[in-house]
Design a protein around this ligand. Structure first.
Ligand code: BT5
Length: 276
């Protein structure tokens, strides 16, 4: 094929990805998730903006993306490092689940992120309760859920350390972090990754709404890094140590202590002590 000899400035020297609003929207093929995309160079937090939009009834599936966040949030008000090069986005959903079951949306999002990483990079991503995604025991994805009154809306914030230099990640020995770029030895195409994420999320979300907890939990268990291990869970009410048995139909973690008593943990931070 010839174009008459016109220069093709993007050949060979072009960007390795098309990580733009248009690049994500092109051939996305989802019905709900990502049908409206808000793109920002810099935001304090994509989840903060998405929550305000959810309050004013923007359509379900709207996503908010930023190249960089200046006040990215983790759970319990913890900071989330969000320099350029990562994937920082939030999705507005109206799952129609009773509030105690809203955490299932987070589990489904973690599965979607892990699957998207597996298919686009080949890395063996696994999920850690409740919503983290790990590769080789290091955290590459964090997920944050915010819900409106009665869980009328849920905002799922997804942070993926894609092309983030190691020096920009917190050096926290308790939960080591990594980026996909570190693990692969080169950058990933964030456009491809995000499209895969949104498609996987739509699939998981529709399954959750149609089939209830069972199918979402089955997918989560298949990828789980936590179950069958001796864990220590830091919860707001104190620490619990024991065998991580399973997740229940609201996404809570069931932990059997040494004395045999089974605890149901709704929120907490898990550390794996040993393989059970
Ligand atoms: C999370 O919290 O893992 C949820 C992170 C959600 C981030 C997304 S980005 C898009 C959206 N907009 C937001 O403002 N947030 C969401 P948590 O489990 O609490 O983990 C927080 C802890 O992880 C911190 O205390 C740090 O120790 C560590 N951390 C901070 N930044 C990190 C990073 N980029 N990668 C890995 N670990 C990090």
């Amino acid at each position: 094929m010839t174009d008459g000899g016109a220069p093709r400035p993007d050949l060979g020297t072009g960007p390795i990805e098309d990580y733009t609003r248009e690049g994500i929207a092109e051939n996305l093929g989802t019905r709900i998730i990502g049908r409206y995309i808000r793109w920002h160079e810099v935001l304090p937090s994509t989840s903060d903006l998405a929550m305000s939009l959810a309050e004013i009834q923007v359509p379900e599936g709207t996503i908010v993306v930023a190249e960089e966040q200046t006040a990215g949030r983790g759970r319990l008000g913890r900071p989330w490092a969000s320099p350029r090069g990562g994937v920082w986005l939030s999705v507005i959903l109206r799952p129609g689940l009773p509030p105690p079951r809203a955490p299932l949306v987070g589990l489904a999002a973690a599965v979607a992120a892990a699957r998207a990483i597996r298919t686009t990079t080949g890395l063996l991503a696994r999920v850690k309760w409740p919503n983290d995604v790990l590769v080789d025991g290091r955290k590459v994805v964090g997920i944050l859920l915010d819900a409106g009154p009665g869980a009328e809306w849920v905002v799922v914030g997804v942070g993926i350390n894609a092309n983030v230099p190691r020096s920009a990640l917190p050096a926290d020995a308790q939960s080591p972090a990594a980026s996909l770029q570190d693990l692969l030895g080169g950058p990933v195409d964030r456009g491809v990754l995000v499209r895969a994420l949104l498609r996987e999320l739509e699939r998981g979300y529709e399954e959750l709404r149609a089939g209830g907890a069972a199918s979402a939990l089955r997918r989560w268990r298949e990828m789980a890094d936590t179950l069958g291990r001796i864990v220590r869970v830091e919860t707001p009410a104190g620490a619990i140590e024991g065998m991580a048995l399973d997740v229940d139909d609201a996404g809570a973690l069931l932990v059997r202590r040494r004395d045999g008593e089974v605890h149901r943990v709704i929120a907490g931070d898990v550390k794996v002590r040993a393989v059970g």
